[in-house]
Design a protein around this ligand. Structure first.
Ligand code: 5GP
Length: 179
């Protein structure tokens, strides 16, 4: 059975990354109001922590949901927006997309494409984790908590088959070996 095997980032490590990211974002936005758009479901813990660390005024928090992964550890193809945001809700606003992890980039690219159609004043991307070695779609992350190798990680909002989202630390799941 596939189980989380070791802690990859402790809650203290994660808090350090979130504080650093908030500082970087604040440095660029100063007092400009920000709309935070989280990509469900994995972002929910990270977004809650990030929002509370930011000094920049958060004008709106909203979420989109994208269907792309099932119970498997690999992408199932092109993602679909299955829950969007109201039309014109971010038109003319500075928008920061908040992602748990960018892997192939397909999900993020679909989200950015969708949000661009809403006419934001600016659109930036923040991801707690980035796996650039897995990239298939060209997506660059403006604010990266940490670049990681090709590990499958869970905890702090990230799931495996909907489990482990509530774990406060981030763990590595080793793939089961087939003999
Ligand atoms: P992408 O479209 O970039 O391949 O995948 C993005 C989504 O896949 C993430 O938002 C996340 O839900 C899921 N994902 C990618 N890598 C991991 C991982 O290491 N662990 C978990 N739990 N989910 C991942």
């Amino acid at each position: 059975m596939t189980e989380p095997s070791r802690i990859y980032l402790s809650r203290e490590d994660i808090a350090g990354l979130v504080a650093r990211l908030a500082g970087e974002i604040d440095g660029n936005y100063r007092d400009r109001p920000l709309a935070l758009i989280g990509v469900l479901r994995g972002c929910f813990v990270f977004l809650a922590d990030l929002a509370r660390q930011l000094q920049a005024p958060v004008r709106r928090v909203d979420f989109v949901r994208v269907e792309s992964y099932g119970a498997k550890m690999v992408s199932t193809g092109s993602p679909r927006i299955v829950q969007g945001i109201p039309r014109e809700s971010i038109t003319g606003q500075d928008v920061l997309v908040v992602e748990d992890i960018v892997d192939t980039g397909a999900t993020t690219a679909a989200v950015l494409r969708y949000l661009r159609r809403h006419g934001p004043a600016s659109l930036s991307l923040c991801a707690l984790l980035d796996k650039p070695s897995r990239r298939q779609v060209d997506v660059s992350v403006d604010y990266v908590g940490m670049t990681i190798p090709d590990h499958f990680v869970v905890g702090y909002g990230l799931d495996f088959d909907q489990r482990y989202r509530d774990w406060p630390d981030i763990w590595v799941v080793e793939p089961a070996h087939e003999d």
